[in-house]
Design a protein around this ligand. Structure first.
Ligand SMILES: Cc1cc2nc3c(=O)[nH]c(=O)nc-3n(C[C@H](O)[C@H](O)[C@H](O)COP(=O)(O)O)c2cc1C
Length: 308
């Protein structure tokens, strides 16, 4: 029988599917809900040192014709002191937990990362690509050297693995940022974050949401995420967590063939009526595919497209 187990940055996972940061993951109750969906690991909402409030509405639009979201939530989260109960809840359900860490300075990344480790996180994922909060992620890490210094200092401070989450943007070279993150000791790269966009209402002659800092996610970014994984795997053979636009089991399989060792899903899980059943169906179909294609394991299929 095919083996759905996989490892990424030293974490042994029962199967390759996790939630991506941003879907629930800010309160104990939300972590309990995520933990009941049969995910291989759970990822918290991005946590900053101090609590951040949600932007005033309108802050999210669902585009049903294309299965996509535009959001400008602005990184709402309970702040670093909230991390303890988030980690504790996932742990009490026996699920590995990755704390997503945000910041607008090196010091903030260091502080929140060390609190995450102290709380018992299995890994941290540095969100160096947030498009919806000015001064955070995308703005800060657009500088090759700033990204290098954040990654090397956090890696130097922590014992647990450090994952770096990157995105694609008009202003940065993904390959050079990914290369720098790996050079400075990132154990894995998560690709991709939501893509920075702008939505404009021509009737009101204003932005469609309450801020111009908007992230685009869901089905339309699938091929972009897939290409990002493909490029970074081809360039570096890195450990990658694929994310972006996943809806069907075929999307998961394609991410794995492109080079991802595991995947994260946000928009489709937010829209799923029965998230646990949705995850289980993806896993069943993935198992059938591995068997039909005679892959002995997920790991045997990782990056396979590069071998043909
Ligand atoms: C409502 C919403 C909130 C998000 N919040 C975060 C976040 O806090 N940290 C982060 O790294 N990514 C965040 N993301 C980005 C997702 O983790 C993911 O990278 C992106 O949505 C692409 O995956 P998807 O197409 O499956 O949604 C958010 C996405 C959405 C839709």
């Amino acid at each position: 029988m095919s083996n759905l187990a996989t490892t990424v940055c030293g974490l042994r996972l029962r199967h390759p599917i996790m939630n991506g940061s941003g879907l629930l993951g800010s309160t104990r109750e939300e972590m309990r809900i995520l933990s009941s969906w049969n995910l291989a690991a759970v990822v918290t909402k991005t946590i900053t040192q101090r609590p951040r409030a949600m932007r005033k509405p309108p802050n999210i639009i669902y585009l049903s014709d294309v299965n996509a979201l535009v959001n400008s939530l602005g990184l709402p989260n309970p702040g670093a002191s909230g991390v303890f109960e988030l980690v504790e809840e996932a742990k009490s359900c026996g699920i590995p937990v990755i704390v997503s860490v945000g910041g607008n300075s090196l010091e903030e990344y260091l502080k929140v990362s060390s609190i995450a480790e102290e709380a018992g996180a299995d890994a941290v994922e540095l969100n160096l690509s947030c498009p919806t909060a000015k001064g955070y992620g995308l703005d800060l890490a657009s500088e090759y050297h700033a990204l290098g210094s954040i990654v090397s200092n956090v890696v130097g401070l922590l014992k647990i693995p450090v994952i770096v989450k990157l995105g694609v943007s008009f202003r940065q070279s993904l390959i050079s940022l990914a290369g720098k993150a790996l050079e400075e000791g990132a154990r894995a790269i998560t690709l991709i974050n939501s893509i920075k966009v702008v939505s404009i209402d021509p009737e009101k002659i204003s932005y469609s949401l309450s801020s111009s800092d908007m992230g685009y996610s869901g089905a339309p970014i699938y091929y972009i995420g897939l290409r990002a994984v493909y490029e970074v795997y081809r360039e570096f053979g890195a450990e990658i967590i694929g994310c972006g636009g996943i809806r069907r089991w075929t999307d998961v399989a394609s991410y794995i063939l492109a080079g991802a060792r595991s995947v994260q899903i946000v928009t489709s899980l937010m829209r799923a009526r029965k998230p646990r059943e949705y995850v289980e169906e993806l896993l069943d179909k993935l198992k059938d595919w591995l068997e039909a294609k005679r892959f002995s394991s997920i790991e045997a299929a990782v990056g396979y497209i590069h071998k043909i």
